[in-house]
Structures are given as structure tokens and as C-alpha cells.
Write a protein that binds this ligand. Structure first.
Ligand code: PLV
Length: 320
């Protein structure tokens, strides 16, 4: 089997988060992947299976799936076209070009860009790389849990992560099943305005949002993937779906930068906000999470849609 493109990322204990939550908090530092996020796990795996003889790959993305596809394609010497919506910051477009990709800006939100990517795959004969909805992606993402299982002495009390289209959630659930941690609940975080998973859970069916109004654009799929919804219904693993505001996600990005000295994007801030906003405590008070809780595993999903200028623009926009 070909060597994977992703790295075995550090698992760091956060002293400041541990103090806040009152239980050991471990950070799985997916921001340190070569493409800046966990996406390379699934996309690397998918491309190794589907794109070895490809004349080119095309990936629709809010940014980070595209960064992973561009990186992997460059390593495989295959041309990459990344289709992003107009909401994608210029800095991401530039970073994609720096990875050698052709960037195609189409539509307002990811769903529009995806329609164009599917069209290009069909008309140009390119290999379509989905950002979150494919079993090979989930299989690739599941390695994040097997790595943790190999290095964490104790079983986690809960896993905390962000949900966009639900690919990371499906991969983590698969990983938890693989290592026999099916009694570990998952806290699935979204921002208000990019909350397709929460809307589906509440409605008991898949829901397509009218629009993406959150600034966490990399969580901005209008419909969550069916598998993620099915996991929420099957009860195999308990999934707690919760929301934070954009202001809470952005403020979490800033606190994380101050305390852990790492800059991540708002999509990741959504998960971190569960710690900083006291949500984990609230879930314990409500009896939805055990108290005391075992170690809290936070998937620091990372993201490239951020720099200091972008951060100050977001602060201005959100008045934080
Ligand atoms: N971002 C996807 C989908 O966007 C993309 O194209 O990059 N954290 C970060 C930093 C992300 O970039 C994403 C997804 C997520 C979390 C959520 O992962 P998912 O989509 O697998 O639930 C529209």
C-alpha cells in the first residue's frame, strides 16, 4: 500500500483548557497536517484509491478540502482544479494557487461550486473529489481516532469536533467503532447560520438550509451528508448537536491563539468555543454528558482560511 499523505499529528494536553473544563483536555493538532487541516486524511486516501491514473482531479470546496486535494494532486503529479464559492477569502485562493492548483470561482456558497465541479468532472473527464460525502473519505478520516487510541492511555470521556458537511463526524464515528470506543459521546459543533446537521437532527430528516449566513464558511454546506444524519438517528454512538454564534467561534479562535499560540479558522473555533463558552459544563449540568467526565478529546481541525488581516476583518464585521 502506498504511504499515506497525512502525518501522525501531535496530541497535546492543554493546561488552560483542562483548568476550564475540570477534566484533562487533549488537543489532536490537525492544524499541523501538510495542508493545514484534517481533510488530507480522507482526501489523500480517496485520491490514492481513485486518482492514480487520473488526467486531473476536480474538488469543490469551502477552502480546506481544496487545499488537501491540491497538495495531494501535486504530490501525485496530477493537475488539480479547485472550485470555490465567491465567499472564499482571497488569501485561500492564493494559497491554492501556490499549491499549483487551477482555481475556479463559481457561485455564492459551496453547493453552487459543487454543481460546477460535478459538471467539470463530467464534461472534462476529471476525477471528482468530494469534500465530505464519500466512504473513502470517512475511512481516511477515521485514522485520527486510531492514532489517538495508540497514544492516549485512557479512553476519552467525549470527543469534540466541528461539523460542516459531516465528513469528519462520519470518520470519527467510524474510528470510534473501529477501536471499540462506541460508548464515547461526540459533541458535534456548528455555528448558527451553518447549522445543517443541527437542523436535520431537530427535524428528524435531512434539511437544506436556504442560505449560509455564518462567517464560518468552511462549515457552509446547505445539507449535511446522509450518513451523518443516519448516525444521529441510529443511536450507535451518542451525538450531541450544539450551536455557537459566530462571535463565540471567533472569540474562541482568539483565545486559542493567546493560550495555545496556534491560529485556526472559525470552522475550528466552533468546536473550541464549546470549551471556552462553558458549553461542556452546561451539558454536564443538564445530565447530557457524564460528570465527572474522562479526558476530553478535541479535534483541532485547523484550516487555512485565516491570517491576521482576515482575523481583524472578521472582528470588525462581527463587532467582537
Ligand atoms: N470544510 C469543507 C467543506 O466546506 C471544505 O471544503 O473545506 N473544519 C474545517 C477547518 C473545515 O474546513 C471543514 C470542512 C470542517 C471542519 C467540517 O468538516 P466536514 O465538512 O467534514 O463536516 C463547505
Amino acid at each position: 500500500m502506498a504511504r499515506p499523505f497525512h502525518l501522525n499529528t501531535p496530541l497535546l494536553e492543554s493546561v488552560s483548557m483542562t483548568q476550564r473544563v475540570g477534566t484533562p483536555v487533549f488537543l489532536k493538532m490537525e492544524n499541523s497536517q501538510p495542508s493545514g487541516s484534517f481533510k488530507i486524511r480522507g482526501i489523500g486516501h480517496l485520491c490514492q484509491q481513485l486518482a492514480t491514473d487520473s488526467k486531473g482531479v476536480v474538488c469543490s470546496s469551502g477552502g480546506n478540502a481544496g487545499m488537501a486535494a491540491a497538495y495531494v494532486a501535486r504530490k501525485m503529479c496530477v493537475p488539480a482544479t479547485i472550485v470555490v464559492p465567491s465567499s472564499t477569502p482571497q488569501l485561500v485562493v492564493q494559497r491554492l494557487r501556490d499549491q499549483g492548483a487551477t482555481v475556479n470561482i463559481t457561485g455564492k456558497v459551496w453547493d453552487d461550486a459543487n454543481t460546477e465541479a460535478l459538471r467539470l468532472a463530467e464534461t472534462e473527464g476529471l476525477t471528482y473529489v468530494p469534500p465530505f460525502d464519500h466512504p473513502l473519505l470517512w475511512q481516511g478520516h477515521s485514522s485520527v481516532i486510531s492514532e489517538v487510541a495508540a497514544s492516549l492511555e485512557e479512553k476519552p470521556g467525549a470527543v469534540l469536533l466541528s461539523v460542516g458537511g459531516g465528513g469528519l463526524l462520519c470518520g470519527v464515528i467510524q474510528g470510534l467503532k473501529d477501536v471499540g470506543w462506541t460508548d464515547v459521546p461526540v459533541i458535534a459543533m456548528e455555528t448558527v447560520g451553518a447549522d445543517c446537521f443541527n437542523a436535520a437532527v431537530k427535524a428528524g430528516r435531512l434539511v437544506t438550509l436556504d442560505d449560509i449566513t455564518s462567517e464560518a464558511k468552511c462549515l457552509g454546506a446547505k445539507t449535511v451528508c446522509r450518513k451523518a444524519f443516519e448516525f444521529s438517528q441510529s443511536g450507535e454512538i451518542s451525538i450531541i448537536s450544539e450551536l455557537v454564534t459566530d462571535q463565540q467561534a471567533l472569540s474562541a479562535v482568539e483565545t486559542f491563539l493567546d493560550e495555545e499560540r496556534v491560529l485556526v479558522e472559525m470552522a475550528c473555533g466552533a468546536a473550541l468555543a464549546a470549551v471556552y463558552s462553558g458549553l461542556v459544563h452546561r451539558l454536564q449540568d443538564e445530565g447530557r454528558l457524564p460528570a465527572p467526565l474522562g479526558p476530553l478529546l478535541v479535534i483541532v481541525c485547523g484550516g487555512s482560511s485565516v491570517d491576521m488581516e482576515q482575523l481583524s476583518q472578521l472582528k470588525h464585521k462581527l463587532h467582537t
